[in-house]
Every structure is written in C-alpha cells, then in structure tokens.
Design a protein around this ligand. Structure first.
Ligand code: ADP
Ligand code: MG
Length: 240
C-alpha cells in the first residue's frame, strides 16, 4: 500500500529524516514510536505531503506521490489524517464537519454525504451529537468526530499523529477502542503513539525512530520484550 525509499527531510540545515525506507502492506497496522523530536510527525506528514520530502520516494497505491506531476489533492483523498489537536472546523456542526469534504472535493450529493456521515457517527458512538458544534464536545468526542470525518472520504490509508496525547486520561480508551475496531475492519493504519499497551496489542509492526533514522522495525512482541538496539532499550526503559 505504501512504499517509502530513502526518505530525507531537512528544515534548513536541520536534517530531520535521514533516509528512511520501509513498506506498509494493505491492512497492516504500524505503530511509530520514538523519543520526542525524532521525526515521527514529519515522517507521517510526508506520507500525505503535508511536508514535501527533500529527497527520496514515496509510493501510495502504486502512485508515486513524490513525483513532479502528482496531484496532491488526489493523494490526500486516499490518505486520511487524524491530529493530536483534532483540527475540526469550529463553525460547523459535527455533521457538517463530516459532509464538507465529500461534498466539495468528491462532489457527493448532500443526501448521500449525510447518510454516510450518520453511519460513521454510529460507528464511533456519536449518533446523538450530529447537530452539535465541536466546542460542546469533550476531547474524546472531538477526536472520534475527527476520525469519522477522515473516514468520510473513504481513504485507503489512515494516519494518526498522537491521537490521544491531548486527551484527559479517562477519554483515551474510547478513542483507542474506535481505532482498534477500525484496525479490525482491515484498514491500513500508521499510528504515532505513546500508548505502548495499544501498540503491543493492535500493531502488526513497530517502527522505532530515533534522531531521524529508522533504528528498528519489528513485531511488537519482539520489540517490547527484546529490542535489538541499545537506543530502543533505553527508550523503553523510560516509557514502560
Ligand atoms: P516528533 O514528532 O518525533 O516529536 P517532529 O517530526 O515533530 O518530531 O520534529 C522533528 C524535528 O524537526 C524537530 O527538531 C523539530 O523542531 C523539527 N521540525 C518539525 N517541523 C518543523 C518545521 N515545520 N520547521 C522547522 N523545523 C521543524
Ligand atoms: Mg510529533
């Protein structure tokens, strides 16, 4: 589904990604973990071209998105993204948040967009909030709306950048549960997370990033019990 080759990204003289290569298969759930500042967000943002790679190649569904002629908007239709701070449209109701992109970008009819939106709201357990504005929702509810909004575009891949880091502890589970059930539907997912329990339970593979390099790539069982690199060992000592 996603193929990444020798991905480099610099901000000025700061080389943030130092040649990352990996592939993510269809239906695979990949957890991206590593210390703060290691380049996790930048890596994720390159996959849907929120950041332009300095060099290297990214292919999503057989389309090279790093190519000069790439239609970035088309790429983003296929790659949904969920952020730490939700990024909902504050002046739109929940249902309007969910129908806006399908109607404007995909030219889906209002009736069809709303029908789909209601189904998605049911899936994330928020049917009764359809006509609410985001500022009337809890953090966990906002994040579930954000997930439903991303899904409304029927993406092939979902990217999550620390989706639970801004939440009060009692709201983390409701969001992780939605992500877990999404994983079980066979969605291809790449998730930057500090929730090690979730990574262990749900991910098919862990990518450990440190200082812009992919230091280790392993099955969670293996990574969490016997990490190969010293850097991963030190990191796990601090977070587990
Ligand atoms: P992580 O998500 O692992 O904490 P980031 O990808 O956010 O790491 O950041 C990695 C490095 O890139 C940091 O040193 C950060 O300051 C730098 N960085 C990220 N985004 C930008 C940007 N838009 N402009 C300049 N520097 C950036
Ligand atoms: Mg980050």
């Amino acid at each position: 589904m996603i193929k990444i080759e020798k991905l480099h990204k610099s901000f000025g003289k700061n080389e943030v990604l130092k040649g990352i290569s990996t592939t993510i298969k269809e239906g695979e759930v990949v957890a991206i973990i590593g210390p703060s500042g290691s380049g996790k967000s930048t890596f994720l943002r390159c996959i849907n071209m929120l950041e332009e790679p300095t060099s290297g190649q990214i292919v999503v569904k057989e389309q090279e998105i790093t190519g000069a002629k790439t239609n970035i908007m088309k790429v983003r239709e296929n790659v949904g993204m969920v952020f730490q701070h939700f990024h909902l449209f504050p002046h739109m109701t929940v249902i309007e948040n969910l129908t806006y992109a399908p109607m404007t970008v995909k030219k889906v009819s209002k009736a069809e967009a709303e029908k789909n939106a209601h189904e998605l709201l049911k899936k994330v357990g928020l049917s009764e909030k359809a006509n609410e504005y985001p500022n009337r929702l809890s953090g966990g509810q906002k994040q579930r709306v954000a997930i439903a909004r991303a899904l409304a575009m029927s993406p092939e891949v979902m990217l999550f950048d620390e989706p639970t880091s801004a939440l009060d502890p009692e709201m983390v589970k409701e969001v992780l549960d939605v992500m877990k059930s999404l994983a079980h539907t066979g969605m291809t997912m790449a998730i930057v997370t500090h929730e090690m329990g979730f990574a262990k339970e749900v991910a098919d593979r862990v990518l450990f990033l440190d200082e812009g390099s992919l230091v280790e790539e392993a099955h969670p069982q293996e990574f969490f019990t016997s990490p190969k690199s010293e850097r991963a060992r030190l990191f796990l000592q601090k977070v587990l």
